[in-house]
Design a protein. Sequence first.
Lengths: 142, 142
Amino acid sequence: MIMALDPGNILKAHDLKHTRQRVRVLEEISHGQSAVSQPELEKKLGKEIDRVTLYRILNAYEEKGIVHKIMDANGTANYAICSSACTAHNHHDEHVHFNCTNCNKIFCLELTIPEIKMPEGFKAKTVSFTAYGLCNKCNKEK
Amino acid sequence: MIMALDPGNILKAHDLKHTRQRVRVLEEISHGQSAVSQPELEKKLGKEIDRVTLYRILNAYEEKGIVHKIMDANGTANYAICSSACTAHNHHDEHVHFNCTNCNKIFCLELTIPEIKMPEGFKAKTVSFTAYGLCNKCNKEK
DNA sequence: TTAAGTGCAAAATCTTTGCAAATGT
DNA sequence: ACATTTGCAAAGATTTTGCACTTAA
Protein backbone atom coordinates (compact mmCIF):
# COMPACT_ATOMS: atom_id res chain seq x y z
CA MET A 1 0.00 0.00 0.00
CA ILE A 2 2.84 2.37 0.78
CA MET A 3 3.88 3.40 -2.68
CA ALA A 4 7.45 4.23 -3.31
CA LEU A 5 7.91 7.89 -2.55
CA ASP A 6 11.54 8.21 -3.34
CA PRO A 7 12.54 10.45 -6.24
CA GLY A 8 13.98 7.64 -8.30
CA ASN A 9 10.76 5.68 -8.41
CA ILE A 10 8.57 8.68 -8.94
CA LEU A 11 10.62 9.79 -11.93
CA LYS A 12 10.86 6.34 -13.42
CA ALA A 13 7.15 5.82 -13.05
CA HIS A 14 6.52 8.89 -15.15
CA ASP A 15 9.11 8.37 -17.86
CA LEU A 16 11.30 11.17 -16.70
CA LYS A 17 15.03 10.81 -16.58
CA HIS A 18 16.66 10.77 -13.20
CA THR A 19 18.71 13.96 -13.05
CA ARG A 20 20.29 15.80 -10.19
CA GLN A 21 18.07 18.83 -10.81
CA ARG A 22 14.83 16.89 -10.83
CA VAL A 23 15.71 15.06 -7.67
CA ARG A 24 16.50 18.29 -5.89
CA VAL A 25 13.21 19.85 -6.92
CA LEU A 26 11.29 16.83 -5.68
CA GLU A 27 13.18 16.92 -2.43
CA GLU A 28 12.37 20.54 -1.84
CA ILE A 29 8.71 20.13 -2.66
CA SER A 30 8.20 17.10 -0.45
CA HIS A 31 10.30 18.62 2.26
CA GLY A 32 7.85 20.19 4.68
CA GLN A 33 4.19 19.89 5.45
CA SER A 34 3.19 22.86 3.31
CA ALA A 35 3.28 23.62 -0.38
CA VAL A 36 6.30 25.50 -1.69
CA SER A 37 6.07 28.64 -3.77
CA GLN A 38 8.04 29.00 -6.95
CA PRO A 39 9.93 32.04 -5.60
CA GLU A 40 10.93 29.97 -2.56
CA LEU A 41 12.19 27.24 -4.84
CA GLU A 42 14.15 29.74 -6.87
CA LYS A 43 15.74 31.15 -3.76
CA LYS A 44 16.57 27.72 -2.43
CA LEU A 45 17.79 26.19 -5.66
CA GLY A 46 19.03 29.24 -7.51
CA LYS A 47 22.67 28.26 -7.18
CA GLU A 48 22.14 24.68 -8.26
CA ILE A 49 19.52 24.93 -10.94
CA ASP A 50 18.92 27.42 -13.69
CA ARG A 51 15.72 29.45 -13.43
CA VAL A 52 14.53 28.23 -16.80
CA THR A 53 15.19 24.62 -15.96
CA LEU A 54 13.14 25.04 -12.82
CA TYR A 55 10.21 26.29 -14.89
CA ARG A 56 10.50 23.32 -17.17
CA ILE A 57 10.78 20.80 -14.39
CA LEU A 58 7.79 22.21 -12.56
CA ASN A 59 5.70 22.21 -15.71
CA ALA A 60 6.68 18.64 -16.45
CA TYR A 61 5.81 17.56 -12.93
CA GLU A 62 2.46 19.22 -13.10
CA GLU A 63 1.61 17.73 -16.48
CA LYS A 64 2.61 14.27 -15.34
CA GLY A 65 0.56 14.63 -12.21
CA ILE A 66 3.53 14.34 -9.88
CA VAL A 67 2.81 17.62 -8.18
CA HIS A 68 -0.17 19.89 -8.08
CA LYS A 69 -0.03 23.59 -8.56
CA ILE A 70 -1.92 25.85 -6.22
CA MET A 71 -2.27 29.53 -7.01
CA ASP A 72 -2.21 31.75 -3.99
CA ALA A 73 -4.06 35.03 -3.62
CA ASN A 74 -1.25 36.90 -5.37
CA GLY A 75 -1.27 34.66 -8.41
CA THR A 76 1.96 33.01 -7.34
CA ALA A 77 2.34 29.33 -8.10
CA ASN A 78 2.82 26.92 -5.21
CA TYR A 79 3.60 23.26 -5.52
CA ALA A 80 2.82 20.23 -3.44
CA ILE A 81 3.33 16.53 -3.98
CA CYS A 82 0.28 14.79 -5.35
CA SER A 83 -1.19 11.90 -3.52
CA SER A 84 -0.34 8.61 -5.17
CA ALA A 85 -3.86 8.51 -6.61
CA CYS A 86 -3.05 11.26 -9.08
CA THR A 87 -2.30 10.47 -12.68
CA ALA A 88 -1.64 12.73 -15.59
CA HIS A 89 -5.24 12.71 -16.70
CA ASN A 90 -7.05 12.36 -13.45
CA HIS A 91 -5.93 14.87 -10.93
CA HIS A 92 -7.19 14.40 -7.42
CA ASP A 93 -6.49 17.51 -5.52
CA GLU A 94 -9.81 17.79 -3.86
CA HIS A 95 -8.79 18.53 -0.36
CA VAL A 96 -8.96 21.83 1.43
CA HIS A 97 -6.06 24.25 1.22
CA PHE A 98 -5.14 26.71 3.89
CA ASN A 99 -3.29 29.82 2.80
CA CYS A 100 -1.67 31.66 5.70
CA THR A 101 -1.93 35.39 5.20
CA ASN A 102 1.04 36.02 7.43
CA CYS A 103 3.76 33.60 6.32
CA ASN A 104 2.02 32.98 2.98
CA LYS A 105 2.46 29.24 3.20
CA ILE A 106 -0.15 26.94 1.76
CA PHE A 107 -1.12 23.80 3.66
CA CYS A 108 -2.90 20.82 2.20
CA LEU A 109 -5.42 19.82 4.83
CA GLU A 110 -6.78 16.32 5.10
CA LEU A 111 -10.31 17.51 4.67
CA THR A 112 -12.58 16.64 1.80
CA ILE A 113 -14.34 19.42 -0.03
CA PRO A 114 -18.11 19.25 0.48
CA GLU A 115 -20.27 18.77 -2.58
CA ILE A 116 -22.26 21.69 -3.86
CA LYS A 117 -25.05 21.47 -6.38
CA MET A 118 -24.33 23.65 -9.38
CA PRO A 119 -27.01 25.74 -11.11
CA GLU A 120 -28.73 24.45 -14.24
CA GLY A 121 -26.32 24.09 -17.10
CA PHE A 122 -23.12 24.34 -15.09
CA LYS A 123 -21.17 21.11 -14.79
CA ALA A 124 -18.31 21.10 -12.31
CA LYS A 125 -15.41 18.77 -13.07
CA THR A 126 -13.18 19.73 -10.18
CA VAL A 127 -13.47 22.04 -7.24
CA SER A 128 -11.08 23.97 -5.08
CA PHE A 129 -11.53 25.19 -1.55
CA THR A 130 -9.07 27.54 0.07
CA ALA A 131 -9.27 29.05 3.51
CA TYR A 132 -7.28 32.19 4.29
CA GLY A 133 -6.15 33.09 7.76
CA LEU A 134 -3.38 32.41 10.24
CA CYS A 135 -1.75 29.01 10.34
CA ASN A 136 -0.94 27.16 13.55
CA LYS A 137 2.53 28.66 13.71
CA CYS A 138 1.61 32.28 12.97
CA ASN A 139 -1.33 32.14 15.34
CA LYS A 140 1.00 31.65 18.27
CA GLU A 141 3.42 34.38 17.28
CA LYS A 142 0.78 37.08 17.09
CA MET B 1 -32.31 49.07 0.29
CA ILE B 2 -31.38 49.16 -3.34
CA MET B 3 -28.21 51.12 -3.19
CA ALA B 4 -27.26 53.32 -6.06
CA LEU B 5 -25.35 51.21 -8.56
CA ASP B 6 -24.51 53.86 -11.08
CA PRO B 7 -20.85 54.74 -11.50
CA GLY B 8 -21.26 58.28 -10.26
CA ASN B 9 -22.59 57.23 -6.90
CA ILE B 10 -20.20 54.38 -6.47
CA LEU B 11 -17.23 56.62 -7.06
CA LYS B 12 -18.51 59.41 -4.88
CA ALA B 13 -19.26 56.97 -2.07
CA HIS B 14 -15.62 55.92 -2.07
CA ASP B 15 -13.95 59.30 -2.44
CA LEU B 16 -12.78 58.67 -5.96
CA LYS B 17 -13.04 61.34 -8.60
CA HIS B 18 -15.47 60.79 -11.39
CA THR B 19 -13.29 60.38 -14.47
CA ARG B 20 -14.06 59.04 -17.89
CA GLN B 21 -11.60 56.17 -17.41
CA ARG B 22 -13.00 55.05 -14.09
CA VAL B 23 -16.52 55.08 -15.37
CA ARG B 24 -15.58 52.98 -18.37
CA VAL B 25 -13.86 50.40 -16.20
CA LEU B 26 -16.87 50.14 -13.95
CA GLU B 27 -19.12 49.77 -16.95
CA GLU B 28 -17.07 46.95 -18.37
CA ILE B 29 -16.86 45.10 -15.09
CA SER B 30 -20.56 45.32 -14.34
CA HIS B 31 -21.42 44.59 -17.93
CA GLY B 32 -22.15 40.88 -18.04
CA GLN B 33 -23.02 38.17 -15.58
CA SER B 34 -19.46 36.96 -15.25
CA ALA B 35 -16.25 38.41 -13.88
CA VAL B 36 -13.91 40.07 -16.36
CA SER B 37 -10.25 39.23 -16.68
CA GLN B 38 -7.63 41.93 -16.76
CA PRO B 39 -6.47 40.90 -20.25
CA GLU B 40 -10.06 41.21 -21.46
CA LEU B 41 -10.28 44.66 -19.98
CA GLU B 42 -7.03 45.65 -21.63
CA LYS B 43 -8.25 44.43 -24.98
CA LYS B 44 -11.56 46.19 -24.58
CA LEU B 45 -10.25 49.45 -23.18
CA GLY B 46 -6.78 49.55 -24.66
CA LYS B 47 -7.59 52.37 -27.03
CA GLU B 48 -9.30 54.49 -24.43
CA ILE B 49 -7.25 53.90 -21.32
CA ASP B 50 -3.56 53.48 -20.72
CA ARG B 51 -2.42 50.08 -19.46
CA VAL B 52 -0.88 51.62 -16.37
CA THR B 53 -3.98 53.62 -15.56
CA LEU B 54 -6.00 50.44 -15.76
CA TYR B 55 -3.72 48.79 -13.21
CA ARG B 56 -4.12 51.73 -10.90
CA ILE B 57 -7.87 51.91 -11.25
CA LEU B 58 -8.29 48.21 -10.61
CA ASN B 59 -6.07 48.37 -7.55
CA ALA B 60 -7.98 51.33 -6.22
CA TYR B 61 -11.30 49.59 -6.77
CA GLU B 62 -10.13 46.51 -5.00
CA GLU B 63 -8.74 48.42 -2.04
CA LYS B 64 -11.92 50.41 -1.69
CA GLY B 65 -14.02 47.28 -1.86
CA ILE B 66 -15.80 48.31 -5.04
CA VAL B 67 -14.78 45.19 -6.90
CA HIS B 68 -13.34 41.89 -5.85
CA LYS B 69 -10.43 40.20 -7.48
CA ILE B 70 -10.61 36.54 -8.32
CA MET B 71 -7.52 34.68 -9.44
CA ASP B 72 -8.16 32.01 -12.01
CA ALA B 73 -6.20 28.80 -12.39
CA ASN B 74 -3.57 30.55 -14.51
CA GLY B 75 -2.96 33.24 -11.93
CA THR B 76 -4.76 35.82 -14.04
CA ALA B 77 -6.75 38.44 -12.17
CA ASN B 78 -10.49 38.67 -12.79
CA TYR B 79 -12.76 41.34 -11.45
CA ALA B 80 -16.40 41.44 -10.44
CA ILE B 81 -18.55 44.07 -8.78
CA CYS B 82 -18.82 43.61 -5.05
CA SER B 83 -22.18 43.28 -3.43
CA SER B 84 -23.20 46.46 -1.63
CA ALA B 85 -22.28 44.81 1.64
CA CYS B 86 -18.58 45.07 0.90
CA THR B 87 -16.49 47.76 2.45
CA ALA B 88 -12.80 48.42 2.30
CA HIS B 89 -12.13 46.53 5.48
CA ASN B 90 -14.77 43.90 5.40
CA HIS B 91 -14.84 42.07 2.15
CA HIS B 92 -17.75 39.75 1.59
CA ASP B 93 -16.95 37.59 -1.33
CA GLU B 94 -18.01 34.35 0.16
CA HIS B 95 -20.05 32.93 -2.61
CA VAL B 96 -19.08 30.13 -4.95
CA HIS B 97 -17.20 30.90 -8.15
CA PHE B 98 -17.46 28.90 -11.31
CA ASN B 99 -14.47 28.99 -13.64
CA CYS B 100 -15.29 27.71 -17.10
CA THR B 101 -12.38 25.73 -18.49
CA ASN B 102 -13.51 26.35 -22.05
CA CYS B 103 -14.28 30.06 -22.30
CA ASN B 104 -12.31 30.83 -19.13
CA LYS B 105 -15.02 33.07 -17.73
CA ILE B 106 -15.62 33.23 -14.03
CA PHE B 107 -19.18 33.35 -12.72
CA CYS B 108 -20.21 34.47 -9.26
CA LEU B 109 -22.86 31.98 -8.19
CA GLU B 110 -25.49 32.83 -5.64
CA LEU B 111 -24.42 29.98 -3.43
CA THR B 112 -22.97 30.31 0.02
CA ILE B 113 -19.78 28.48 0.82
CA PRO B 114 -20.34 25.75 3.39
CA GLU B 115 -18.49 26.01 6.66
CA ILE B 116 -15.60 23.70 7.32
CA LYS B 117 -14.01 23.14 10.66
CA MET B 118 -10.29 23.90 10.53
CA PRO B 119 -7.68 21.79 12.32
CA GLU B 120 -6.34 22.84 15.70
CA GLY B 121 -4.43 26.07 15.49
CA PHE B 122 -5.64 27.15 12.08
CA LYS B 123 -8.00 30.10 12.07
CA ALA B 124 -9.76 30.85 8.79
CA LYS B 125 -10.72 34.46 8.17
CA THR B 126 -12.14 34.07 4.71
CA VAL B 127 -12.71 31.18 2.39
CA SER B 128 -12.91 30.71 -1.33
CA PHE B 129 -14.66 28.01 -3.29
CA THR B 130 -14.18 27.63 -7.01
CA ALA B 131 -15.67 24.98 -9.25
CA TYR B 132 -14.04 24.25 -12.60
CA GLY B 133 -15.95 22.84 -15.54
CA LEU B 134 -18.15 23.91 -18.42
CA CYS B 135 -20.51 26.84 -18.01
CA ASN B 136 -24.09 26.84 -19.23
CA LYS B 137 -23.09 28.29 -22.58
CA CYS B 138 -20.11 26.07 -23.32
CA ASN B 139 -22.01 22.96 -22.24
CA LYS B 140 -24.41 23.42 -25.12
CA GLU B 141 -21.75 24.07 -27.71
CA LYS B 142 -19.81 20.92 -27.00
C1' DT C 1 24.81 6.29 -29.30
C1' DT C 2 21.16 9.25 -29.03
C1' DA C 3 17.07 11.19 -27.38
C1' DA C 4 16.09 13.96 -23.43
C1' DG C 5 17.51 17.49 -20.36
C1' DT C 6 20.17 21.60 -19.10
C1' DG C 7 22.16 26.32 -19.20
C1' DC C 8 22.77 30.60 -21.30
C1' DA C 9 21.27 34.51 -24.04
C1' DA C 10 17.64 36.93 -25.50
C1' DA C 11 12.82 37.89 -26.55
C1' DA C 12 8.22 38.55 -24.95
C1' DT C 13 5.13 39.65 -21.17
C1' DC C 14 3.54 41.49 -17.17
C1' DT C 15 3.76 44.88 -13.31
C1' DT C 16 5.59 48.82 -10.95
C1' DT C 17 7.60 53.54 -10.48
C1' DG C 18 8.58 58.54 -11.42
C1' DC C 19 7.28 62.61 -13.24
C1' DA C 20 5.14 66.23 -16.18
C1' DA C 21 0.74 67.40 -18.16
C1' DA C 22 -4.24 67.18 -17.83
C1' DT C 23 -8.53 67.05 -15.25
C1' DG C 24 -12.24 67.09 -11.72
C1' DT C 25 -14.03 69.52 -7.72
C1' DA D 1 -6.45 76.96 -7.46
C1' DC D 2 -5.05 72.57 -6.07
C1' DA D 3 -4.90 67.94 -5.05
C1' DT D 4 -5.86 63.80 -7.99
C1' DT D 5 -5.55 61.32 -11.84
C1' DT D 6 -3.67 60.25 -16.21
C1' DG D 7 -0.24 59.06 -19.89
C1' DC D 8 4.22 58.25 -21.24
C1' DA D 9 8.86 56.51 -20.62
C1' DA D 10 11.49 53.54 -18.45
C1' DA D 11 12.83 50.20 -14.88
C1' DG D 12 11.92 45.66 -12.80
C1' DA D 13 10.06 41.22 -12.65
C1' DT D 14 8.24 37.11 -14.59
C1' DT D 15 7.78 33.70 -18.19
C1' DT D 16 8.84 31.80 -22.73
C1' DT D 17 11.76 30.48 -26.71
C1' DG D 18 15.90 28.97 -29.41
C1' DC D 19 19.93 26.65 -29.65
C1' DA D 20 24.36 24.51 -28.54
C1' DC D 21 26.33 21.61 -24.96
C1' DT D 22 25.76 17.89 -21.60
C1' DT D 23 24.05 13.76 -19.62
C1' DA D 24 21.25 9.55 -18.45
C1' DA D 25 19.77 5.28 -20.33
